[in-house]
Design a protein around this ligand. Structure first.
Ligand SMILES: [Zn+2]
Ligand SMILES: [Zn+2]
Length: 332
């Protein structure tokens, strides 16, 4: 999770294609200023794909974005979430309360919902993982203090009416959308594909600007899952991709290749840093791999990714654990 910053923008809506609108919603996160929800025409209303994070004024932002394209929250007939991250499902309960719609979401959402059920236990677990990764006590204590003061980002519990799995079809005026599982960024991640109009709603699996993130600790090898999910979307016929952040883009193959290359670059950098140092904790490796991207606001997020890279390299036999408490790593 990124540290909150002050929001300066408001929600905005714009037409992308006939029956398809982009709703650009502000986020309170450093380096991630907004996310996209998508409104898809269906009869006299819309299917809403993703809905933004719950923060002060966030429901008004969503309303404003909808108003700009001629809709209201009461027009939402169905809410689909591409994955269970706060910026994609945080306002689900509010949207449902205002519209009476169902929520469809992939069943592997425990990476979010388990920590919402017991926030203290989830925070304690994260602190222990950070300590085991070599994070020094003073910055860790500051981070934990900040986290305690943050709101959950959720407007209420998730009430899922239907598991969003392959075979489920999302009917809209722009045609029927098929569901593809794309874990890696998050275990619950799916993309939606509309084959006749050659459209894909990619959530955070592929973004307008190439940027990686993997949830750590819920599956054995999120990096490998992400690479496998790139193969899944690479096989789809798509002329326009509607992503969870950034502008829609036409060059799907370029984005897939760019993501593969960045994963390879990061894995090589982690391995190179370990070879240079002999032995290191995950935290020790951050400056060498991320350089000036490493800041107090981004450290927790980068550490999560570092752990995923190390565990992927461990699974492929390139690194090993060289000591415990904190865990030290070395190249094989
Ligand atoms: Zn996400
Ligand atoms: Zn996102």
């Amino acid at each position: 999770m990124r540290k909150p910053t002050r929001r300066t923008e408001t929600g905005r809506g714009e037409r992308v294609l006939r029956g398809v609108w982009r709703l650009r919603l502000p986020l309170p996160w450093a380096g991630v200023p907004h996310c996209n929800a998508w409104a898809l025409a269906r009869g006299d209303g819309i299917v809403l794909v993703d809905c933004g994070m719950d923060t002060r004024g966030s429901l008004r932002d969503l309303e404003r974005a909808l108003e700009q394209v001629g809709f209201a929250l009461a027009d939402v007939r169905l809410l689909i979430c591409t994955h269970a991250h706060l910026d994609h499902c945080g306002q689900a309960a509010s949207v449902q309360a205002r519209s009476g719609c169902e929520l469809w979401l992939h069943p592997r959402h425990e990476h979010l919902t388990a920590s919402l059920d017991d926030r203290d236990a989830a925070l304690a677990r994260r602190i222990e993982i950070a300590r085991q990764s070599g994070v020094p006590e003073a910055p860790l204590a500051r981070w934990a203090e900040d986290r305690k003061e943050q709101s959950s980002g959720m407007s209420g519990p998730l009430e899922v009416a239907r598991d969003l799995l392959p075979g489920v079809v999302v009917e809209t005026d722009a045609g029927a959308w098929q569901v593809y599982e794309t874990p890696g960024h998050a275990p619950s991640h799916v993309v939606l594909h509309q084959p006749e109009r050659r459209l894909m709603i990619s959530g955070d699996h592929l973004l307008g600007r190439i940027s990686l993130y993997f949830d750590h600790g819920w599956t054995p090898d999120p990096v490998q899952e992400f690479l496998d999910s790139l193969d899944v979307v690479d096989g789809l016929d798509v002329r326009l991709t509607l992503s969870g952040h950034g502008r829609p883009f036409t060059d799907l193959r370029g984005h897939v290749d760019g993501n593969r290359a960045l994963v390879r670059e990061r894995l090589d950098a982690v391995l190179g840093a370990l070879r240079d140092r002999g032995e290191a904790t995950a935290f020790d490796l951050l400056p060498g791999v991320y350089g000036d991207k490493l800041m107090p606001e981004t450290a927790a997020w980068l550490l999560t990714k570092m752990l995923c890279y190390l565990e992927h390299l461990e699974a492929t036999g390139s690194v090993q654990r060289a000591g415990a408490d904190p865990v030290r790593w070395s190249a094989t």
